[in-house]
Design a protein around this ligand. Structure first.
Ligand SMILES: *[C@@H]1O[C@H](CO)[C@@H](O)[C@H](O)[C@H]1NC(C)=O
Ligand SMILES: *[C@@H]1O[C@H](CO)[C@@H](O)[C@H](O)[C@H]1NC(C)=O
Ligand SMILES: *[C@@H]1O[C@H](CO)[C@@H](O)[C@H](O)[C@H]1NC(C)=O
Length: 465
């Protein structure tokens, strides 16, 4: 209709104008459709349309292959020989998993492969020379960041910035984890002093550029300058909307609710909001649609539909894990179940990801492509022989829930981070500021007791008492 109308205008100019309008209209329509696909949380979006969705927040399609030099599957000849005679000390989950005070040798013995990222970052900064106070002074402190130091084994807060309660809580949780790891170390006064900046935001690029030596929750493979720290959820994750609590308490709740393997549903469960990472999450929804083994649904928090509590995920043999804007903090909660984690090739690395083993006798999760194209191929053999899946679930529990995600492991990691960072830190860390004639930091103990309003834009040098 419109075209025949056009042709009647005859004039070439009008023809071009018409073409221009049509192209404009079609582009506009296209933008609207893509915008809709990216932002909708509807269950079904036609696969042709999901093809159009840009990778979006998960900026590229690449993923990380974990090549862990001191990984799970390697033998550790150095650990076998004990310095002192007598029975060799060995990590026993029931006895040791809550012990935050394991000594250095015990940490090394109990958690091979856990300190991989500290070793990596230490090597990186050695190759760059060293780290000094100037390197930290160059980092603008964005919202969600804090600067602190450890002097003679005590923790001091220099500055902290929070945009809202969520940041503040996460910063307090990270500082508390650091403090816990610190005070459990009988030798802390003889460790090196360090000063550092950390971020509680999901992504490095949210707050800073990736050339800075910032302590972060996750990194991509190319962000080599940052240091990974365990996430705030190990201390406790207290959302504004819901209270999740300390990680080890979640684990205990899950253990209480756990059911025998044979009673678990032979299905893959996933609940979440597709709009957080539409490309990835829609791919999973498509791959599982109409499959007898699929129980993959979008959650609507406002209508409260399709929500299932954390513990109830454990009633399924398979639990899917999909990255969100960045890493997804939910992985460790899923790993608390005696179930098989099914994850796409990951792009973001957290401190414990080096322990993920995708195949072989130590296999502790199932890895699929980022578009989930091989999901069904990977699941079917495991559904056909559930004892194969049970072995993977057993390995996951033994590796993560009972060992690398315990409080003992977390404290060991923090102390190894202090040590690795300390080995490239090349400045003294004074408590007293000559320029300001006052203390540069507020002790953690005092910071914690401050009115929370004062924590939002905290600067020890500008603090008025
Ligand atoms: C403290 O240091 C001593 C000597 O360096 C060492 O034998 C001991 O294991 C250390 N203790 C801890 C808890 O790391
Ligand atoms: C450490 O600092 C000292 C004194 O500022 C300097 O001479 C030395 O070169 C630094 N070391 C490295 C590895 O940068
Ligand atoms: C998994 O662990 C349970 C409990 O420890 C055990 O009974 C079962 O035999 C294990 N299954 C496999 C396949 O290893």
């Amino acid at each position: 209709m419109a075209l025949s109308g056009c042709s009647r205008w005859r004039l070439r100019q009008s023809y071009h104008l018409c073409l221009f309008y049509i192209t404009g209209f079609l582009s506009f329509l296209c933008i609207i459709i893509i915008w809709y696909c990216v932002n909708t949380d509807r269950d079904y979006v036609h696969p042709l349309l999901t093809q159009l969705i840009p990778a979006g927040h998960c900026a590229c399609q690449t993923s990380t292959t974990f090549q862990c030099a001191s990984c799970l599957t390697c033998s550790h000849p150095g650990l076998v020989q004990q310095l002192s005679p007598g029975p060799a000390w060995e990590f026993q989950p029931a006895r040791d998993s809550s012990n935050e005070g394991l000594d250095r040798a015990q940490c090394t013995n109990a958690f091979p492969g856990l300190f991989e990222d500290v070793v990596r970052a230490t090597g990186f900064w050695k190759s760059q020379g060293a780290l000094a106070m100037d390197d930290l002074d160059e980092i603008p402190l964005a919202y969600g960041m804090a600067r602190a130091f450890i002097h003679a084994g005590e923790l001091y807060v220099v500055a902290a910035r929070s945009k809202g309660e969520d940041h503040r809580r996460k910063i307090v949780a990270v500082l508390s984890s650091i403090h816990r790891a610190l005070v459990a170390d009988a030798n802390r006064t003889s460790q090196r002093d360090i000063e550092f900046v950390f971020s509680v935001e999901d992504k490095v690029e949210d707050v800073t550029n990736s050339d800075h030596p910032v302590w972060t929750l996750a990194r991509s493979a190319t962000e080599e300058a940052v240091w990974l720290m365990p996430d705030f959820g190990f201390w406790a994750w207290e959302n504004i909307q819901n209270s999740i609590g300390p990680y080890d308490q979640v684990v205990n709740r899950i253990k209480r609710a756990d059911i025998p393997w044979s009673e678990k549903k032979p299905q893959l469960v996933w609940r979440g909001k597709p709009s957080f990472a539409p490309k990835l999450r829609r791919a999973l929804m498509e791959a599982a649609r109409d499959q007898p083994w699929g129980d993959v649904k979008q959650v609507d928090w406002d209508q409260r539909t399709n929500i299932i509590p954390m513990e109830d995920h454990c009633q399924y043999m398979f639990i899917a894990h999909v990255e969100g804007r960045s890493y997804s903090a939910s992985l460790k909660y899923r790993q608390a179940c005696n179930s098989v984690i099914v994850a796409h090739k990951l792009q973001y690395i957290q401190h414990h990801h080096y322990l993920l083993v995708p195949d072989g006798p130590q296999q502790n999760y199932v890895e699929v492509e980022r578009d989930f194209s091989d999901l069904s191929d990977k699941l079917e053999p495991l559904l056909a022989d559930p004892s194969l899946a049970e072995r993977i679930a057993n390995n996951s529990v033994r590796t993560f829930r009972e060992r690398y995600l315990t409080k003992a492991a977390e404290a060991c990691y923090w102390r190894r981070l202090f040590e690795g960072y300390g080995s490239v830190w090349n400045s003294s860390v004074p408590v007293w500021s000559e320029a300001y004639q006052r203390e540069r930091g507020l002790r953690y103990e005092s910071f914690l007791l401050m009115d929370s309003q004062l924590m939002f834009e905290f600067d020890a040098l500008r603090l008025s008492y």
